[in-house]
Design a protein around this ligand. Structure first.
Ligand SMILES: *Cc1c(COP(=O)(O)O)cnc(C)c1O
Length: 386
């Protein structure tokens, strides 16, 4: 069994992917051009933002947003403590200081109450200038943007949505990657919408920020590449990946998002008998009312670390791959030792790192494999499941 079966997806769409790649090879134009601009149009249309600017990867996308906002030395950017390293790395990369904030135990996303308390603590300390919040749509579930937006407005902060795992999710009918003042995503192969290499995108409704992101992504260019007015970077999505993504976006919108939600529902159904067993029980992912996940991961929780590690080993013995996303909270990463803050304890994040386990997942997963995982999970807990 695969953790995420990218080969099954390729087999389902290979004729169109291969045609798309061939067209680029034959065009003689390998950077930029029509495949990239067409894709940007389709992505902006799907997410419902005015602008989409593709770039080299999801990490660059985040950094480009911070660069467009001129965030740097002396600025504080609030980041969830339980996320992938990039969400905080980019803050240091532009010279600012990440402030790690605890997450909600149920949704795994940044806790709005903890965020506001951390902003107040940062202001009271008076050393850093609070500028922005990075909200991550962890495992595919949009963060609590209604609450986050009002906190950002109250304190004059910009909201950056890290939708690397969130593409395809929604809340109250609004699509992920449209919630931030600027939003970003990643096309790393294993993300909800992935290409066959690295890729990323920035989304915004703001014309000036969109122009700045485009400039920073191509060496700080003005109207042309050889007129450079700011120090930028070289971060582009290449034409072959754009052609791949156009095919993949169609498949994603036509059936993969539905399919992965069906797999999540099957997991829920198969695992429900394991939920009430007190200490030897499993906690399933919870999707708040009005939200839809893109299920980048299907992540369950156990009572403690020993039980989690034991289940992981037993599943592994039966050929079922699982992953611990994430084994370490951000505030414990050595890279942040010199430059980061936490004003409040991040005990929820610490606990999640010890108790979460992500199960095999994806739109091309077979129902029989979901049952197999559920049965193996049950037997590793010494519980029966029919
Ligand atoms: C994958 C990921 C990124 C970075 O994306 P890359 O394309 O790998 O650079 C950023 N944030 C989160 C939450 C991610 O999962």
């Amino acid at each position: 069994m695969e953790f995420r079966d990218l080969k099954a997806q390729y087999e389902a769409i290979s004729p169109s992917v291969e045609q798309g790649i061939l067209d680029v090879l034959e065009s003689g134009r390998y950077i930029g051009g029509e495949p990239v601009s067409t894709l940007e149009g389709s992505l902006a249309n799907y997410v419902e933002t005015r602008h989409c600017i593709t770039c080299g990867n999801g990490t660059d996308a985040l950094q480009l947003a911070l660069m467009a906002w001129r965030i740097g030395e002396g600025d504080a950017v609030f980041v969830p403590d339980f996320t992938f390293f990039s969400s905080g790395e980019v803050v240091c990369a532009v010279g600012a200081t990440p402030v790690f904030v605890d997450v909600d135990a149920v949704t795994f996303n940044i806790d709005p109450n903890e965020l506001e308390a951390s902003i107040l603590a940062c202001k009271a300390e008076g050393e850093l200038d609070p500028k922005a919040v990075v909200a991550v749509d962890l495992f595919g579930l949009p963060a609590d943007y209604a609450a986050l937006r009002s906190i950002c407005e109250r304190h004059g902060l910009l909201l950056l949505e890290d939708g690397a795992q969130g593409f395809g999710g929604s809340a109250d009918g609004k699509k992920a990657c449209s919630f931030g003042d600027i939003s970003t995503t990643s096309f790393f192969p294993a993300k909800p919408l992935g290409c066959y290499g690295d890729g990323g995108a920035v989304f915004t409704d703001d014309d000036d920020w969109a122009a700045l992101v485009r400039s920073f992504a191509v060496h700080g260019k003005e109207s042309m590449k050889y007129d450079n007015v700011r120090i930028g970077m070289n971060s582009r999505l290449d034409a072959i990946q754009a052609a791949v993504l156009s095919v993949k976006l169609d498949a994603f919108a036509a059936n993969e998002l539905e399919a992965v939600n069906r797999i999540a529902a099957l997991y829920d159904e198969a695992l429900v008998p394991l939920v009430d067993g007190e200490t030897l029980s499993v906690t399933l992912p919870t999707i708040p009312q009005g939200c839809r996940s893109s299920w980048a991961q299907y992540t369950v929780r156990f009572a403690d670390e020993t039980l989690r590690d034991c289940v992981k080993d037993r599943l592994g013995e039966q050929g079922i791959p699982t992953m611990v996303y994430y084994p370490k909270p951000m505030h414990e990463q050595r890279a942040f030792e010199e430059k980061s803050r936490i004003y409040r304890d991040c005990s929820v994040s610490e606990r999640l790192c010890k108790t979460v386990l992500s199960l095999p997942m994806g739109p091309y997963m077979h129902e029989r494999d979901v049952i197999k995982v559920a049965k193996a999970l049950a037997s590793s807990l010494n519980l029966a499941v029919s």
